[in-house]
Design a protein around this ligand. Structure first.
Ligand SMILES: [Zn+2]
Length: 263
């Protein structure tokens, strides 16, 4: 496979789909109808910056998207804003951003930097999965330096197990999540190996506007320029898929079984 054919095959190897909505629905609206995707992030900014474009694309295709934040990311407050006030700003930004892309924003109330990985947190997230019943979940990759991100990865792993366990009695019936993907996040870069690309050209501007609701997006609260990083990352990923902008995801290794008729 030469480089050009890699870029072309990468563009067609998308699981959530790179197929334009118009051609997709023209083929078979039932068989290929977009389902619900739930993005689960430790902090609201992680959710919108690294998973928001996927939600926006899924919603544009006729599906639905939910953004679940385990905390408000309130301890990222700059010196002149209280932690409590910053948490409220993060919640408002997330609600506005989710509304703009057509997604639902849901929050758990764990304190930022202290998100616990245990059965209580895993069961709460599994209850959210049983309530919203997404077909696919996007969350943090495990290779993160941030303890909240690491714990979120583990919480989601166990939550998906608990959500699908028929014999585990909870308020709502069991729900099996079909696909799990990990988002490309500058803080979760260790051993991140993307293998799923999504063309986001049609939702790029809307996603950028949604990200701009966040007080940190343009580097206002710290050293990191989220806007430059994630906008240019989407251009770089787009180079590999033949589109202007794309996002890259890593599929869970347990779902990487391909059924081929021939090579
Ligand atoms: Zn984070």
């Amino acid at each position: 496979m030469n480089r050009r054919s890699f870029a072309q095959s990468a563009g067609s190897a998308v699981i959530l789909s790179t197929i334009p909505a118009s051609s997709l629905f023209a083929q078979d609206s039932n068989a290929l109808k977009a389902g619900e995707v739930m993005a689960i992030a430790a902090h609201p900014g992680d959710g919108m910056f690294t998973m928001g474009a996927v939600l926006a694309k899924q919603i544009e295709r006729g599906g639905a998207g939910v953004l679940l934040s385990l905390s408000l990311g309130e301890k990222g407050a700059p010196k002149n804003i209280s932690v409590q006030q910053y948490g409220a700003m993060q919640r408002t930004a997330t609600e506005n951003a989710a509304h703009l892309i057509g997604a639902e924003a849901v929050f758990l109330d764990y304190p930022d930097a202290e998100i616990p990985f245990n059965d209580e947190s895993s069961l709460r997230v599994s209850d959210a999965l049983r309530k919203h019943r997404p077909e696919a979940v996007v969350t943090h990759w495990s290779g993160s330096w941030h303890k909240d991100h690491q714990n979120c990865h583990l919480i989601v792993r166990d939550a998906i197990f608990y959500a699908g366990l028929e014999t585990l009695t909870r308020e709502r019936p069991a729900h099996a999540v079909s696909k799990v993907f990990y988002a490309e996040n500058w803080e979760d870069a260790a051993n991140f190996l993307p293998n799923t690309y999504i063309d986001i050209d049609s939702v790029y501007e809307k996603w950028m506007q949604a990200c701009d609701f966040y007080p940190m997006w343009q580097g206002q609260t710290g050293f990191f320029r989220y806007n430059d990083y994630y906008s240019s990352l989407s251009v770089m990923r787009g180079c590999l898929t033949g589109s202007r902008h794309a996002v890259a995801l890593m599929s869970d290794i347990n779902q990487r079984t391909q059924r081929l008729h021939s090579l």
